[in-house]
Design a protein around this ligand. Sequence first.
Ligand SMILES: Cc1ncc(COP(=O)(O)O)c(C=O)c1O
Length: 401
Amino acid sequence: MEQNTLLQIAKDFGSPVYVYDAEKITSQYKRLTSAFSKVKKLKINYAVKALSNLSVLKLFNTLGSGLDTVSIQEVKLGLAAGFEPKQIIFTPNGVSLKEIEDVAKLGVQINIDNLSILEQFGTKYPKIPVCVRINPHVMAGGNTNISVGHIDSKFGISIHQIPHILRIVENTKMNINGIHMHTGSDILDIDVFLYASEILFDTAKSFKNLEFIDFGSGFKVPYKAGDIETNIEELGEKLTKRFNDFCKEYGKQLTLAFEPGKFLVSEAGVFLAKVNVVKQTTSTVFAQIDSGFNHLIRPMLYGSQHEIINISNPNGRERFYSVVGYICETDTFANNRRINEISEDDILCFKNAGAYCFTMASNYNSRYRPAEVLWYKDKAHLIRKRETFEDILKNQVEIQF
Ligand SMILES: Cc1ncc(COP(=O)(O)O)c(C=O)c1O
């Protein structure tokens, strides 16, 4: 998307606003499928949590993607977007048996990540095939909050507990049709991923009725020019070979599944916000925007460094700024960042704002969540209206004093 297009979108739809490029989403999807084109049965289940707008889900449906979901609400969004239940996998963590039962009744593939629920579900529904999420005890991921496959993590069933899983399977006569891992997001090293995959292959041998192996996700995307990113093509080549060999060994053509979020939508999104105040203090120059961690929390939550471009003055001389929000807490998007000279009312463009940005937005400080726009076939489509004061009030129940 051109900078002038973005400026026009900010003008037409107001700020702050999220904008997603359908073409970039499509090209990332195709890049992933072509990297694994030599796998006979490949399934990409887009991780809805990254960006759950209905129109974006519909776009993924047209691409042939499935969905990875973590709540019954995400499942229902997927169904509302036109996905068949069998195209959806439910990979929750720490949810109730009731929620899992409700999702199973919708016909969605269940993925269970603890022994307690596995035993209860298997006892009640031995005929419903289940995938199990394994914790391979591999330390991978860009930040402790997004590293989820290590020994202290709450996710998955430990590889050391495989005998216990097998005991449950034997006692309940349930059917395990898939095994799964997700070691974390922003994995820098392919070898770590391949190492964890070996653990999964090893585990797979213990289950005789598998239909698929789900390798989760965690692919790292670049945040600026020259940034490290997961080399998908190299991973495709290496994992394909290993997977195809494993299928021969296993005696059956299995499906290779992935569930990427960030890889598919991160770079497709930008966040546009207007500068309310340029404030010089004794130590720095703050650019204060009409947003805060209520709209984009990743920099404060896990230190994400979103590139920021002043699209109102792209050729201005560069100066140093701390870009902060309007929230009544410290909400620093960028510290001492070199940006083209900023004036009040300029529009700043935050890059890599497709994944885990809008979906983490809140009404903190009683602010409205922003609008969302999809740039599709050279046209800007509003895909979510900005909230209004009615939205702030709508679920509140007033009592009389
Ligand atoms: C189980 C599971 N699968 C897939 C994803 C998507 O990961 P990413 O956005 O890094 O591709 C996540 C992210 O939190 C996850 O927890």
